[in-house]
Design a protein around this ligand. Structure first.
Ligand code: MG
Length: 321
């Protein structure tokens, strides 16, 4: 097994040789920065080319391109999300028939006589904002809080169609649909506008779009908002692309986060449904201790150092010589 420091060096070496201008070693799409969703992209780093080469995206950036393309254009993404929302619909039917079914009650055990509700995250769960991330991948662009909220304010994010069908189905069954998002409170009007544009069910008689910091205790950790809803509703399902959309205690090490899934395998796919999002999320922050201010090169090193990386035998033999 070759040390990961060697693999990091190899990664850097590839970027240097192949690019006259390397746009950093990676793009970093973070799920939360402090208390907000932010997308961080490495500053361009001009390096000496070993041999003349056309400007091109670095290999690491190309991975970001593939993830964004996959979420925006691939049939595989569409098929995966369709399957998951189909599962959600079947689970919803089962939950409505089972008075003991609860995704979250705040530990009270008090839900049997309450009307049913489902809770969904917004970004990459019901709305797709890969378009913003695609902009962020282009040379010279850097997504900041300003661009993020300008994008939100336009309210033009496409609907994730299976999510739209699911929420309409839930509403048709008398299930209250709540949207719990870590977009900040000032984005509420635009978020509602975007959801309403597609016909997502929104209750006019009460607030069912709950943003971060609408109330002081509504932090990035969504449990306080689940507890708020659970006071009056039986929560049947939690659906989201980020582990924090469906589980507590997620701001921890990668191992601890995996243990959350390992210890609750019965819940995942039943009361908790995770929608794939390879673009950004707390999975990435966990890789570098949620230290979003770290230089991008260190974030890359942290992530690479945790990966199992195959090494061809030929290389090992050459290294031994
Ligand atoms: Mg999300």
């Amino acid at each position: 097994m070759v040390s990961n420091s060697k693999n990091i060096a190899l990664l850097v070496g590839v970027a240097v040789v192949s690019s006259a201008v390397t746009w950093g070693l990676t793009k970093s799409l973070s799920g939360t920065s402090g208390n907000e969703t932010l997308l961080e992209v490495a500053e361009p780093t001009v390096v000496e080319a070993v041999e003349p080469a056309p400007a091109e995206v670095s290999p690491a950036l190309a991975d970001g391109l593939k993830a964004t393309y996959w979420a925006q254009r691939s049939a595989e993404y569409e098929a995966t999300v369709e399957a998951l929302y189909d599962l959600a619909r079947k689970n919803l039917d089962e939950a409505l028939e089972d008075p003991t079914w609860s995704a979250y009650d705040g530990g009270t055990g008090d839900f049997a006589d309450k009307p049913p509700a489902v809770i969904l995250d917004v970004d990459e769960t019901v709305l797709n904002h890969a378009e913003l991330q695609a902009w962020g991948l282009m040379p010279g662009n850097r997504i900041s809080r300003k661009t993020l909220y300008e994008f939100f304010d336009e309210a033009n994010s496409p609907a994730i169609k299976p999510a739209l069908a699911f929420t309409k189905y839930a509403a048709s069954k008398g299930v209250k649909v709540f949207y719990v998002t870590n977009r900040l409170a000032p984005a509420e009007e635009a978020t509602r506008r975007n959801l309403e544009k597609h016909g997502f069910p929104i209750d006019d008689s009460m607030d069912t779009v709950l943003l971060k910091e609408e109330k002081e205790e509504w932090t990035s950790k969504k449990e306080t908002r689940w507890a708020h809803i659970a006071q009056d509703y039986r929560i049947l399902l939690l659906i989201g692309d980020n582990l924090g959309d469906v589980a507590e205690g997620i701001y921890d090490t990668p191992e601890a986060r995996l243990a959350i899934v390992e210890d609750n395998r019965d819940a995942f796919g039943k009361t908790r449904i995770v929608i794939p999002n390879p673009l950004y999320g707390s999975f990435e922050g966990a890789a570098y201790g949620f230290n979003y201010g770290k230089p991008d090169t260190e974030k890359v090193a942290d992530m690479v150092s945790q990966m199992d990386i195959w090494v061809p035998k030929v290389e090992e033999e050459e290294a031994a010589e």
